[in-house]
Write a protein that binds this ligand. Structure first.
Ligand SMILES: [Zn+2]
Length: 199
């Protein structure tokens, strides 16, 4: 089995003295492998690789950029801040929803017989499950039904919950918006970083 180079490309680097080398290889089984390297002694001192995955036509692709070291440091700093704050905001929101809306939520199910089929039908009616009954039934145990129904009262379902229960509560928005300024700083840091990047 042999790997052969099927494509090779050179793009200019940040300072113009070197280049970014992309080599795509393929083997007898049509598997491909791409390596990207920065071939510039100057840029290697000032830039680091920044890769991220994104979806294109349903496929996962990886984008690779070279970003300035100091930009990357600021980006990672703001990212860890926003991630940490998001965890707290999610927790606060879940606690708030549980405290104020668990009861009205469970009341929605008060006339539903407590078996898998009836609960599944109710969730289907509310637009909260896309599972077929057999899939649902395979995933949920009868003893976990209550916990499962309660689990919708959480930050990740806040939009569905507020719509279904016709909730109009400013506190929910306040908690959700508590990460906004830090998120803006994060997005700004990313923008600066990408503005100075090359690929
Ligand atoms: Zn260079």
């Amino acid at each position: 089995m042999s790997w052969e180079i099927v494509r090779e490309s050179k793009e200019p680097c940040g300072c113009g003295l070197g280049f970014v080398l992309t080599v795509v290889r393929s083997d007898d089984w049509n598997r491909t492998d791409e390596t990207i390297s920065l071939q510039c002694s100057e840029c290697v001192k000032n830039y680091v690789r920044y890769s991220y995955d994104y979806q294109r036509s349903g496929m996962i692709e990886t984008a690779t950029y070279w970003v300035k070291k100091e930009d990357y440091k600021a980006f990672l700093q703001s990212k860890s801040e926003v991630d940490a704050l998001q965890v707290i905001a999610n927790k606060d929101l879940t606690e708030y929803l549980r405290l104020h809306y668990l009861k009205p939520w469970m009341d929605l199910f008060s006339d539903v017989p407590w078996n898998k089929k009836s609960i599944w039908s109710k969730l289907k009616l509310l637009g909260l499950t896309s599972y077929s009954y057999s899939t649902f039934s395979g995933k949920i145990k009868v003893k976990d039904l209550t916990e499962f129904v309660e689990s919708f009262v959480t930050y990740s379902s806040v939009n569905q919950i507020t719509k279904i229960l016709s909730i109009n509560d400013n506190n929910i928005e306040t908690i959700a918006l508590s990460t906004q300024s830090v998120r803006q700083r994060y997005e700004e840091a990313r923008k600066v970083m990408m503005g100075n990047a090359f690929s």
